[in-house]
Design a protein around this ligand. Structure first.
Ligand code: FAD
Length: 412
């Protein structure tokens, strides 16, 4: 895997997650030489399923990867929202309608499968993929950026920091810390045979929203696997205890939920859990020739299922700005990186700010208790299931600037 050469590159990408690999692929497709530094010994992803909305599947299509990604995932028929206490349906999104409306499918996939597709595409494209390199700092001089690591320094016209929520590069732009939501996620992806007796839907994404908790279920890998996510507010986190999110809290959080949810809980992995942090939105992600991308720029709470999606959008948008200069006659050496980075910074932070703040509000709505829960249920039940007003801004082309839309997708 490690193919580090001494050759100079046009772009260094720090971080080989979904965001970093997307940047590397998108820029290499434009003809640039890209090197990725990943601190882990292997490229890979930890976790289970990812929902990928049309605002990203249309990008995967543009990169020529959609067919492979779909072959490894599932195209669900509906997103069904239910009350976690009584199990009743609140509202739904028909995903065939969604595909017709937005010109690209809504899908679910194991995150290691998506990461694998991007990794293979990077290898085919000739990205220099380097593992075991943890970047510890940055320097800038004369229109070049340098990523510093234990083994040395790497200088390029641009460094893209796709190094996740605890980014080393983010302090170059802002003095902040990840924000704890006091919520924790348990995941579990199991062979479908293990849920056969539970009567779960193998066709839908089902989200049970409950008092200070929710539970998500969907099939993976063409229906061979079943993915579940259990999320709840941790009393120990609220009390300021260090040891929060433990399995006893998981069990306690779902005691009053419906039979369907409680039946799924024993299948959750209980040896690991994900404390849920996000980041405050920031208005600029670029300083000189260092640009944040993905979770380093905009780690969200996951309630809109847009974290990885935004990371891939970032990569797409920056690469299209580079591409338009190349199409107008620039070469890799004469690129106006300041203009490309400014164009990227002009559109992405504002869109992602809205995703981050809406995700927080969406989570509050899901987790209502008492009368507020009843109000939420009434509002959701009253929604016309063909009303797409609350996702047009997200799934439609407005998330990117119109001239960056892949040509096969017309504006609504
Ligand atoms: C429970 C849960 C469910 C989610 N569901 C969805 C969903 O359905 N849909 C969706 O779109 N998103 C979802 N997300 C969000 C999504 O997982 C993330 O937003 C996305 O993976 C971020 O990708 P990234 O590449 O920016 O960062 P990361 O995945 O964090 O990757 C960063 C990479 O950089 C490397 N790295 C870090 N520091 C350094 C360094 N100093 N030097 C070198 N390498 C470094 C890391 O090892 C890692 O490989 C979910 C998140 C959670 C927690």
């Amino acid at each position: 895997m490690t193919t580090h050469t001494k050759d100079t590159v046009d772009v260094v990408v720090v971080g080989g997650g979904i965001g970093g690999l997307s940047n590397a692929l998108a820029l290499t497709r434009k003809g640039l030489r890209v090197r990725v530094f990943e601190r882990a010994a292997e490229f890979g992803e930890v976790g289970a399923g990812l929902q990928i909305a049309p605002n990203c599947t249309r990008i995967l299509d543009h990169w020529g990867l959609l067919e492979e990604v779909v072959s490894l995932g599932v195209l669900p028929e509906n997103i069904v929202m239910k009350d976690a206490v009584d199990g009743s349906e609140l509202t739904r999104l028909d995903l065939k309608d969604v595909e017709a409306r937005y010109g690209a499918p809504y899908m679910v996939i194991h995150r290691s499968d998506l990461h694998g597709v991007l990794l293979r595409a990077c290898e085919r494209a000739g990205v220099d993929l380097v593992t075991d390199v943890a970047v510890t700092g940055y320097e800038q001089q004369d229109g070049q950026a340098t990523a510093i690591h234990a083994g040395g320094r790497e200088t390029a016209p641009v460094v893209i920091a796709a190094d996740g929520i605890r980014s080393v590069a983010r302090p170059l732009l802002v003095d902040d810390e990840p924000v704890s939501s006091s919520y924790v996620a348990y995941r579990g992806a199991v062979p479908a045979a293990q849920v056969e007796a539970l009567g779960v839907s193998m066709r839908d994404v089902v989200v049970y929203v409950g008092p200070k908790c929710h539970f998500v279920q969907y099939p993976l890998r063409g229906g061979e696997m079943f993915n579940q996510v259990a999320v709840f507010e941790s009393p120990k986190a609220l009390a300021g205890e260090e040891d929060w999110g433990t399995p006893d809290e998981l069990d306690a959080a779902f005691v009053d939920t419906c039979t369907e949810v409680r039946a799924g809980l024993p299948l959750m992995w209980r040896d690991r859990w994900w404390r849920m942090f996000d980041r405050e939105p920031i208005p600029t992600w670029v300083t000189g020739r260092v640009a944040l991308s993905g979770d380093s720029a905009h780690a969200p709470l996951q309630y809109l299922a847009q974290g990885a999606v935004m990371a891939m959008e970032d990569a797409y948008v920056l690469s299209e700005h580079v591409g338009s200069q190349l199409a107008a006659g620039a070469t890799a050496d004469s690129l106006d990186w300041d203009a490309a980075l400014a164009a990227y910074d002009a559109v992405r932070p504002e869109h992602c700010r809205r995703v981050l703040t809406t995700a927080r509000a969406w989570g509050e709505l899901w987790h209502h208790v008492g009368d507020e829960r009843l109000w939420r249920n009434a509002v959701m039940r009253a929604r016309d299931v063909h009303d797409y007003g609350f996702v047009d801004w997200l799934y439609g082309p407005t998330a990117l600037t119109p001239d960056q839309e892949p040509p096969m997708f017309q504006p609504l």
